[in-house]
Design a protein around this ligand. Structure first.
Ligand code: ZN
Length: 213
């Protein structure tokens, strides 16, 4: 606005006598210098401080990464990642679509014990869409699964005292969480090993590899 007024009055001053108002000319000339510098200075100062802080904290990134992988509800191929491991433990998820959110668990060789915590993010009850985590050698999976099915829900679909079962959780329904801790030495030799859900019909989809590295 002030720039335009200045130009108009300057043009008038150059033209002829019609605009010859002395007080008007002096006002616009003194106003112009500060107006030109103001807009350019503000924008870079606002952007620089906001960008740096979020990347710093390692503790904050782990839960968000785990949450991010589970957020994709419908896409089966997207839910095929490696479990996030912290302090010789991992937290995995299962859902009402008969899926785990990871396809692989890598146990650090530095751990003597390892804990798998499994949260059922769905809403269906255990009788309809129950999930557990069973660990066995890959070669034993079919037998463990078949005999576990026969053992029934009251045995968490795991045959009692099945020596092929390295570790297993109970069966849980939607909204529940379960966990199991086992000796890492039990999966260092004789693999490959797998984790799977032994609820009848689930192991075909709900399975993954577990190894020590
Ligand atoms: Zn299941």
């Amino acid at each position: 606005m002030k720039m335009r007024i200045a130009l108009l009055s300057a043009a008038c001053a150059l033209a002829l006598s019609a605009c010859g108002n002395d007080s008007g000319n002096t006002d616009t000339q003194t106003a112009t210098p500060p107006a030109a510098t103001a807009p350019a200075a503000t924008t870079p100062a606002a952007t620089t401080p906001a960008a740096t802080p979020p990347a710093q904290q390692p503790a904050a990134t782990a839960p968000t990464a785990a949450g991010a992988t589970t957020q994709a509800p419908g896409a089966a191929p997207a839910a095929g990642g490696v479990a996030v491991v912290n302090d010789c433990a991992t937290q995995i998820e299962s859902n009402d679509a008969m899926q785990f959110n990871v396809k692989s668990i890598v146990v650090p060789a530095s751990c003597t014990e390892f804990t798998i915590s499994m949260h059922h993010v769905g809403a269906m009850p255990e009788a309809a869409m129950g999930h557990n985590v069973v660990i066995s050698a890959q070669a034993d999976m079919a037998g463990v699964n078949a005999e576990g099915m026969a053992a029934g829900l009251e045995n968490d679909y795991v045959k009692p005292d099945d020596e092929r079962v390295i570790a297993h959780t109970e069966i849980i329904g939607g909204g529940e969480t379960t966990e199991v801790t086992f000796d890492v030495a039990s999966i260092t030799d004789g693999g490959p090993f797998v984790f799977f859900c032994s609820f009848p019909g689930h192991a075909a989809l709900m399975k993954g590899s577990i190894s020590v590295e």
